[in-house]
Design a protein around this ligand. Sequence first.
Ligand code: G3P
Ligand code: CA
Length: 317
Amino acid sequence: MMPRLILLIACVLVPTFAIAGEAAPNKTIIAHRGASGYLPEHTLEAYSYAYALGADYIEPDLVLTKDKVFICLHDIHLEATTNVEEVFPDRHREDGKWYAADFTLEEIKRLSAHERVEGRFPKTGPRMEVPTFEEFLQLIRGLNASTGRTAGIYPELKQPAWHRAAGLPMETAFLEILARYGYTGPHARIFIQCFEAECLKRMRLELKSDLPQIQVMGSGDDAAAMLSEEGLKRIAEYAQGVGPAKAAIEKDPAAVARAHAAGLLVHVYTFRVDDVPASYTSFEDEVRTFLDVYGADGVWTDYPDRALRCVGRPAKP
Ligand code: G3P
Ligand code: CA
């Protein structure tokens, strides 16, 4: 746990926050890779469950196949969350990894997605596919129509510079798909996220997208520079918010107030019931500390139902 003194200073520096433990109903709860605490990440099943649990936004991470189709996958490699090693035993590169960019969509669709994390959904569960981004968009559109809710989407472009170097530029094709599904303009219920500033700048400044964007970042020196007053001013030129790793805010709680002063939202990742740091007494303690003490505007979580309860908005039966 951070020293109590620093925590107290954080409370003083960020005066708009309530004390830890109070409900914060206006916070944004983002289903990280779907409801990935309960079902294998980045499957239509995990996205559907996240929707049913009431998540405000649902996150697909995106990579491209060899035939330039966006698929929902966290890694540029396939082996951590699919049975690619069994289905295509010889199709790895010299580094021993199976790259999604080496497979066509038809080949990807022959794979089964499985759980990444030990102790969650059994790895030998029922067959689930790797979805395309369009299937994800159709799912959310369908659920929004059938429920009358309007859940948002929070897609992340994974390693766009790597994809570009591989002859698979992402940005233009991505914005075209979004436009086809009605995601246009600054009020669309979407946040586009990327760790690479160049990608976000390209979409905003070259491709003239006015969709909401979030600059995600880790917790090292790069993130500290991005969270400086100057860094945040630069981000505000092409994004609506920042998405730091938890540790970046723990090291520098005043970054939240600086981001707000720059007109930026702060969404923090990633909160997990089965991976609560020893410095917190519970998942709820950790979530409330970030939302109510540090003043973050939202959290990515594998357990959206538990986070929604923290902010006084449990999923309705
Ligand atoms: O995108 C921000 C959040 O999702 C954390 O990153 O590695 O889980 O995609 P990652
Ligand atoms: Ca992500």
